[in-house]
Design a protein around this ligand. Sequence first.
Ligand SMILES: C[S@@+](CC[C@H](N)C(=O)[O-])C[C@H]1O[C@@H](n2cnc3c(N)ncnc32)[C@H](O)[C@@H]1O
Length: 261
Amino acid sequence: MDEVANYNRERWKALNAADALFTRPQLELDIRSAGLQADPHQRLGDIRGLKVLFLGGGGGKQSVAFGLLGADVTVADLSPEQLEGDRSAAERHGLAVRTVEADMRDLSVFAADSFDIVDQPYSINLVPDCREVFRQVAAVLRPGGWYRVVIANPFGMGVRQRDWNDGGYSISEAYIDGARLTWDDQEWVYDRGLKADVPKPVEYRQTLGRVLNGLIDLGFRVEHFSETIDIHPDVNGEPGTWDHYVAFVPPWFSILARLEN
Ligand SMILES: C[S@@+](CC[C@H](N)C(=O)[O-])C[C@H]1O[C@@H](n2cnc3c(N)ncnc32)[C@H](O)[C@@H]1O
């Protein structure tokens, strides 16, 4: 395991110990809410019986929705604590889920063409080069299969809520591929008051050129793009609050692509 992987393993262990906001499994889903969550833009069709890989997707927040809709779900994640979240969410809903400890940059544990869908919640910016991951995804995905990946808005990385400045949020970091960025976690991540010794986030900028060309070069066709995942922008809100900030700086982009035959 290299330094990048080690750092993340330790960080996610500490985040779980702190019961941080984004480590909590979803324990109350039903078929309707599962459908809205799994396929918000209604592109995937009937997923019953499809083999779905959640990549860097541990924590039990996303996998259970696909399980409820009848998919055959595997979660691959570096963190044993995060994978435990998927097992408890599955158990709570009476579902089966396969969990595999793996680095997203090495999916050789899976057979070629073995998944119909690879769904990657926000995690790709935790490694320096997204193209390494795309190559692995293309290998395990069957031709015609779907890949959904959430990336950090590369123009917004490094811009913080507190950077409101006379009518705008200031950009102070250069737009460089693979640049390593670090900052303090938002306070609301620790809304249960247990923040102790959690290593800071360390993430890597992936420019849009690298992301889109990385997908295109491997034969992916982009089918849908969204920049409004899990946010409630409020352009009239108080400057420096999260809802106001995201009205100016959408934090994440979601790309849905299909591997051509
Ligand atoms: C933000 S979470 C994504 C899923 C989470 N349930 C959510 O709600 O967003 C990021 C995940 O990436 C995992 N991770 C970090 N580095 C990884 C790597 N190199 N390979 C696989 N998983 C990794 C972490 O353990 C963590 O579970």
